[in-house]
Design a binder for this molecule. Sequence first.
Ligand SMILES: [Zn+2]
Length: 257
Amino acid sequence: MLSLFAQADHSPKVLASIHPLGLIASSVVDAEQLDVLLQPGVTPHDFSLKPSDIDRLQEADVIFWSGARIEPYLSGFARRWPDKHWIDISAFASEASIKDPHYWLSPPSVVAAQKALAEVLGADSTDFADQVAQAVAYSDRVLAPLKERGFFVFHRAYDHWVTEFGLNQVGAFTITPEQKPGMRTIQLMREQLRAGQVACIFREPEYSPALVVKVVGDLPVKQGELDPLGGSISLSRDGYPYFLRDMADRAVHCLSE
Ligand SMILES: [Zn+2]
């Protein structure tokens, strides 16, 4: 396959905006050619660019990002520098009814966006698609007995993943992490906990558990941790399929009786 960069005098530099997109890009980009704008564990919510970040953006030939809704700090540059290859994973949304902008947790969107990235680079995407299909099949198998078990997530980051595997997400502590829930939400969540609708609460490593403690109080419920950014997973060829398997394992661990 002929790369768009076949004539170029240097190998194309790819910049992935956030860590999970770095995990995806690593399937077809060597470590020396790949930069990730936000450090692992830094969320795009509330992020703003420093001048040195803008230099890194400018150096990139290909920018792999997740769209204006969750990364508004990049949308102006996408308009200003149309000569770069901007690959926006939100443009590959497979389920229009899901408004959650965390598209990297939608395996079909990820496979389609990675294919577009591979095409720009003249690389083969089939191996990645196979690995993701295997990770999805694995997740389906281990989660199948737990689909009725209710859970709370920390913020509304998981709708694509929850829909993909048909899971029973009962609620979220916040819609986006910058907004604290109101008293009515907290009361409703406590009622759901008391009624036994919730088998597990998933905290997130990026956020303080104070809010979870406030809602849960002394009610007995299992707690686990999910990280929508996969911050503990290092960049490698199979980092993204590993991320999917790890999420399924964490969910099984907390949802099982
Ligand atoms: Zn988020």
